[in-house]
Design a protein around this ligand. Structure first.
Ligand code: FES
Length: 106
């Protein structure tokens, strides 16, 4: 497992990732999606497990789900579990907001 740090401070990473926005982020050789709901951040794979639609074009709900833009399957951003639909789970990555930025564990 590798640890990456996004941004250089708590404030910077809060500004970088808008509330309920989804940003594509390159970490080393890996590209992931990062989103935020209030003070809680989520890191997850870029492509929907159903038919590989880019999830940064989807939506994040107030229940901490991402909704795929194509068939509207819903995934729990804490666990990756499918909340609506029928496919494999979404891969999610642990993260930790600290004074130095957002640490993401890939
Ligand atoms: S491709 Fe995402 S729900 Fe079908």
């Amino acid at each position: 497992m590798k640890t990456f740090t996004l941004g250089q401070s708590r404030e910077q990473v809060m500004a970088l990732i808008p509330d309920r926005g989804i940003k594509l982020v390159q970490l080393g050789t890996v590209k992931i999606c990062v989103s935020r709901l209030g003070n809680e951040f989520f890191a997850f794979e870029t492509l929907c497990p159903h038919q590989k639609t880019p999830l940064h074009q989807g939506q994040v709900t107030g229940l901490a789900e991402v909704i795929c833009p194509l068939h509207h399957f819903r995934f729990d951003l804490h666990t990756g579990q499918v909340r609506s639909g029928n496919c494999a789970e979404l891969k999610v990555y642990k993260n930790l907001l600290c004074e130095e930025g957002l640490q993401i564990f890939i």
